[in-house]
Design a protein around this ligand. Structure first.
Ligand code: GLN
Length: 201
């Protein structure tokens, strides 16, 4: 058992918004690990799939043979967090065509669902289960969650009431970029999920 050491949290570093996640991981007291090859996944306590471009990421995940080892980590109960494009990679339904990648979250996402005129926007999000005060969300060509299954817990909603942060078991996802603000509640929750996963059931 490694209950004493700092959790090691990986960030898939093939493409996209990696550096700010690395900073956020340090700020919640965990050790960041940049993941480019299957061997980088060894001994990770959690993994973040960052924002970026989900089509590019999907190709790179297969080019670097990361799909099966990441799926195996999830099956073994390792906590995962997907942000923006990462949420798309975790969803089991992608509206308008694309095949799911990991299919670990029972929800439907629509890529760029907030529309072109809202390429980027920020909003205060209602997130009562994450503690006091709204969560500030930075959305960049964000996916829109168009449906959620019964096992999906909604942690935050946009001003129109749509889910933008969700959890299903040990899989967490946000449509926004939690690494781009100083609010560390999402990364802290991931670190807490690591503690929960380490405890014997
Ligand atoms: N629009 C991107 C996609 O569909 C996601 C954008 C992001 O991660 N900031 O892959």
């Amino acid at each position: 058992m490694n209950a004493e050491r700092r959790p090691r949290i990986g960030v898939l570093a093939l493409q996209g918004a990696v550096r700010e996640h690395v900073t956020a991981i340090r700020e919640v007291g965990a050790e960041p690990v940049e993941v480019r090859l299957p061997r980088d996944l060894v001994d990770l306590d959690a993994l973040i799939l960052p924002g970026g471009e989900s089509t590019t990421m999907r190709h790179l995940i297969d080019a670097y043979n990361l799909r099966e080892p990441i799926a195996a980590m999830a099956r073994a109960g390792t906590p995962l967090l997907g942000t923006c494009a990462g949420m798309i990679l975790l969803a089991n339904r992608i509206a308008d065509g694309d095949e799911p990648v990991f299919g670990l979250l029972d929800l439907e996402v629509r890529r760029n669902g907030y529309g072109r005129q809202l390429d980027s926007f920020e909003a205060d999000l209602d997130a009562p289960s994450l503690g006091e005060g709204p969560l500030h969300g930075v959305f960049i060509r964000a996916p829109m969650v168009s449906a959620t299954g019964p096992d999906v817990e909604i942690l935050a909603r946009d001003p129109d009431g749509r889910p933008v942060a969700v959890r299903q078991g040990r899989v967490l996802a946000t449509a926004f970029h939690p690494e781009l603000t100083g609010d560390r509640r999402i990364h802290r929750l991931l670190a807490e999920m690591v503690e929960g996963a380490r405890r014997p059931a």
